[in-house]
Design a protein around this ligand. Structure first.
Ligand SMILES: *Cc1c(COP(=O)(O)O)cnc(C)c1O
Length: 395
């Protein structure tokens, strides 16, 4: 098994079989290695491993067989050279910043990235003299205009949350490279099953494994995938020192999450597509945001760039905040929570939760209307999901 070149296999197979190096116990399923340190055969071997002259485990802050298996598997699935796992998605983003940036550097970031990513760049990196300009995700001209001589990277998520806007990754990669910058894509919403940013020219891919990779809302984790050079020079030394390590238990949960990821993503997409079409037919719904709909402004781009349209659907109620809250409160089965990517359907009101700290003007600029409701469509029966929403929609 160790002789297999997993690059020759498809994503579905890599997701199930790659990364596990069977031990002398001949186990069929990946074990959890709960050990903080490892034993060396001699003082010389210890020295060679510590200096990196000989491969092998050293200490579980930066080398653990279960975590390694997860890293290898996710790197293959993303078609990246190397992956490093982190304690959370935010720890992965922090590591990219700490590894790549220095005082005086500049970032261009989409305005519609995960809220804590904005806070990380705006409130924390700024303390060390790193400036960030935020731009409209789909305004290519604004991205290029924001680039300065000291810009180190462009950072985005696509589709955006909660409006599912789609950025043209190839175009932005070309712009980044023409200005000697890196393009970083947070691929949390699509996962490698739906979108492979490296094939479109991205330099670094970020994951919050907490979402679809786990898929059942159990563990928090993250990952950075990049070239050997970027990982070896900038990210690995920071992980080794910074210590925001993924635990072997979480890696084990994420490994089994990856095994069912392709099947789950397809089912999430099918349910979401069905629901989006149905929502468009509801008289009280003013607008549905879903890249699979012909009415979506970047529908053609989504078709080109993604293999399917994802599990996130949002919709606007003509009746504003009151009606949005009524729909949310009338649900009995659907979970009222801001988490996403779970087999359980979740529902949120962005204007008063995830985007509640923004000023009304900033919310308007971001396109977050008071009547907007976001769904992370799960894998329950689509009929039961519709019936749960219908309680408040019709009322
Ligand atoms: C949740 C999320 C993160 C942060 O990940 P954690 O695992 O919660 O730290 C980053 N990016 C996106 C797009 C997310 O949805």
């Amino acid at each position: 098994m160790s002789d297999i070149n997993w690059n020759d296999y498809s994503l579905e197979t890599q997701a199930i079989r790659a990364g596990h190096k069977r031990t002398h116990e001949d186990e069929h399923s990946m074990p959890i290695f709960t050990t903080s340190s490892y034993v060396f055969k001699s003082a010389e071997e210890a020295s060679l491993r510590f200096t990196g002259q000989k491969p092998g485990n050293i200490y579980s802050r930066f080398t653990n067989p279960t975590v390694n298996a997860f890293q290898e598997r996710l790197a293959l699935m993303e078609k990246g050279e190397r992956c490093l796992a982190f304690a959370s998605g935010m720890a992965a983003i922090m590591a990219v910043g700490m590894g790549l940036l220095k005082t005086g550097d500049h970032i261009v970031c989409s305005r519609s990235v995960f809220g804590n990513t904005v806070i990380m760049f705006q409130n924390y990196f700024s303390k060390f003299g790193i400036e960030t300009d935020f731009v409209d995700l789909i305004d290519t001209g604004a991205w290029e205009a924001a680039i300065k001589p000291n810009t180190r990277f462009l950072f985005l998520e696509t589709p955006s949350n909660p409006l599912t806007e789609i950025a043209d990754i190839s175009l932005l990669a070309d712009i980044a490279h023409a200005h000697n910058c890196l393009l970083i894509v947070d691929n949390c919403f699509c996962t490698p099953v739906l979108q492979r940013p490296f094939e479109l020219g991205a330099d670094i891919v970020i994951h919050s494994a907490t979402k679809y990779i786990d898929g059942q809302g159990r563990c928090v984790g993250g990952a950075v995938i990049a070239s050997d050079e970027i990982i070896e020079k900038y990210i690995y030394p920071y992980l080794r020192t910074g210590g925001a390590t993924m635990s072997p238990f979480n890696a084990w949960v994420f490994l089994s999450g990856l095994e069912t990821l392709a099947v789950r993503m397809k089912a999430h997409c099918d349910n979401a597509f069905d629901l989006a079409l149905w929502l468009e037919q509801q008289p009280s719904v003013a607008k549905v945001h879903y890249p699979g709909l012909a009415s979506h402004a970047q529908h053609e781009l989504a078709k080109r760039q993604q293999s399917h349209f994802g599990g996130i659907v949002s919709f606007e109620l003509a009746g504003g905040k009151e009606h949005a809250w009524r729909v949310i409160d009338a649900t009995q089965m659907i979970s009222i929570t801001a988490n996403l990517g779970d087999v359980k359907t979740t529902i949120t009101h962005p204007a008063t939760t995830t985007h509640g700290r923004l000023t009304p003007e900033a919310r308007a600029t971001a396109g977050i209307k008071d009547g907007l409701v976001r769904l992370s469509v799960g894998l329950e029966s689509i009929t039961d999901i519709k019936n749960d929403l219908l309680k408040g929609l019709g009322a």
